[in-house]
Design a protein around this ligand. Structure first.
Ligand SMILES: *Cc1c(COP(=O)(O)O)cnc(C)c1O
Length: 371
């Protein structure tokens, strides 16, 4: 048997007849940039996230970059984030002119530790960028009061968390509902993936929504009139059409991912060498990844590879120890939870099209390795 980490061809086969006609309609219209499906997708994502405004852009990286640019950071301005994330989170902070300030993660959820955020706030802090890692929301209810007290903005990196929600004060809140601006990614491997790059920003702030619309079009709402210097970061109409065709499946795909996760956890929970993902009881995650903490991680990964089972390490080098950030002066040992996680995590296949046979094969292989 062969179990790849992700099988987008299986997804394509299941939805081909819905996506191809939508794509053909775009081609017939020849409106490849900012055509009507882009506006429809913005409305659909805004409604999903219960956010009043959604602004499509070219990638998840750009969604974060434009949100951070909207802050008009000055040299020396600090943005607090987690080092245990995809590079884009911190790269966007740097490219927007800010200084990333890395704080450690909670050992159970791998999400940013609000107590560490509180300790890292300074008069130069302009924003906090929590990442909803692996599709599970960070503890926003503990970050929001910190931000409010200091007039600091929260920019949610929800690239891995479209449709995730968290119960706060007895109410379900969607990823993207509470942050100042939230960035989503439609990279093909994300839970809602385009057939190329794509991204979305959502916000409840009408003024920043208007600025983000300008920033993605060279800083001008009116053609050839530029209020500030923006960039070209639009979503292709073909990508919007693909995403609109896929969007009605998202709820059932996320449900299937949760079922698969529950099955893994039930069948692996007795292994003393393996810690299944810890779901905060306040959270309904979407399992962008099913990531376990294991002993002898690299040997397990090699063993699973020999059995044709795909796995991945998200992420092997925490960002505070990346060469490009060496000027920030972080030392090994400074953010121990992130560094330990980087040596212990392993993500297993969790896409909705996995069969029961494939799941059992993965589970048996893991159990066999530790026997
Ligand atoms: C994928 C991802 C991004 C970047 O999204 P792109 O669309 O690939 O630019 C940013 N942050 C996190 C946490 C991601 O997983």
């Amino acid at each position: 048997m062969n179990v790849p980490l992700l099988d987008l061809v299986a997804q394509y086969r299941a939805i081909r007849d819905e996506v191809l006609p939508a794509l053909q309609a775009v081609i017939e219209s020849q409106q490849f940039v900012m055509g009507p499906p882009v506006v429809q997708l913005e409305a659909a994502v805004a409604s999903l996230c219960r956010a009043p405004h959604a602004i499509a852009c070219a990638s998840g990286t750009d969604a974060l970059l434009l949100a951070l640019k909207a802050l008009r950071l000055e040299p020396g301005d600090e943005v607090i984030t987690t080092p245990f994330t995809f590079f884009a989170t911190a790269g966007a902070i740097h490219n927007a002119g800010g200084t990333p300030v890395f704080v450690d993660v909670e050992p159970d959820t791998f999400n940013i530790d609000p107590a560490a955020v509180a300790a890292a706030l300074t008069p130069r802090t302009r924003a906090i960028v929590p990442v909803h890692l692996y599709g599970q929301m960070a503890a926003l209810e503990r970050l929001l009061p910190l931000a409010r007290a200091r007039d600091v903005k929260i920019i949610e990196d929800a690239a891995q968390a479209i449709g995730a929600r968290r119960k706060i004060d007895g109410q379900w809140r969607m990823a993207g509902e509470l942050g100042w601006v939230t960035g989503f990614s439609f990279f093909p491997s994300k839970n809602l993936g385009a057939w190329g790059d794509g991204g979305m920003m959502v916000t409840a702030d009408a003024a920043v929504a208007e600025r983000l619309r300008k920033l993605r079009l060279h800083g001008g709402a009116k053609q050839y009139h530029h209020d500030e210097v923006g960039t070209n970061s639009r979503l292709d109409t073909v990508q919007a059409a693909v995403l609109l065709a896929k969007l009605p499946h998202l709820v059932s795909w996320s449900g299937r991912r949760r079922e698969i996760a529950a099955y893994y956890t039930e069948r692996l929970a007795d292994l003393p060498t393996l810690q299944p993902p810890v779901v905060d009881p306040c959270n309904e995650p979407i399992f962008h990844q099913y990531t376990v903490r294991v002993e002898r991680r690299d040997a397990l990964q090699a063993y699973l590879k020999s059995k044709a089972i795909g796995t991945a390490i998200y992420y092997p080098v925490p960002l505070h120890l990346q060469h490009c950030f060496s000027h920030l002066g972080y030392q090994p040992g400074q953010l121990p939870q992130s560094e330990r996680a980087a040596t212990e995590v392993l993500s297993l296949p969790v896409y909705p099209e996995l069969t029961r046979d494939q799941l059992d094969y993965v589970i048996d292989a893991i159990r066999g390795f530790y026997r």
